[in-house]
Design a protein around this ligand. Structure first.
Ligand code: ZN
Length: 137
């Protein structure tokens, strides 16, 4: 399969469902196309189409992209329940170590809307674990 590169940073993207793009981009999205998400944390581009002729920057999205705003504590890590980086930091500082403990402590346990809420369209499980690891020790 041909590699599709971000038109801005030329790194390889990851395919996202059109439903995700339509849910999170403010403006009308061209439906007869397939989209990729840019995984480069330093790049301003969020989504781009397969031919690289259409792209949406992170400012075009209704939500912040957690791995593109690494120092922002208000960014959600779990988008379904709006569990933010700051809340994870706080919970870890108080000694909560697992996803289950942190969800219980914060009361933010809604999951399952990842397709329309999370910029990658995927479950936050992995990124939540990464954030916990980042603030542990
Ligand atoms: Zn990029």
């Amino acid at each position: 399969m041909e590699e599709i590169l971000c038109p801005e940073c030329r790194t390889k993207g990851k395919k996202v469902n059109i439903v995700t793009v339509e849910s999170l981009v403010e403006e009308e999205v061209e439906e007869n196309d397939s989209y990729q998400i840019c995984l480069n944390s330093d790049c301003e581009v969020a989504y781009f189409n397969s031919s690289g002729t259409i792209y949406y920057s992170k400012e075009d999205l209704k939500v912040a992209v957690w791995y593109k705003d690494l120092e922002d504590d208000k960014v959600p890590i779990c988008y379904c329940s709006n569990l933010t980086r700051g809340e994870i930091k706080e919970a870890v500082a108080k000694g909560y170590k697992t996803t289950a403990e942190i969800r219980k402590y914060t009361g933010k346990s809604i999951t399952g809307n990842c397709l329309t809420e999370n910029p990658t369209g995927k479950c936050c499980h992995r990124s939540l674990a990464d954030e916990i690891a980042r603030y542990s020790n």
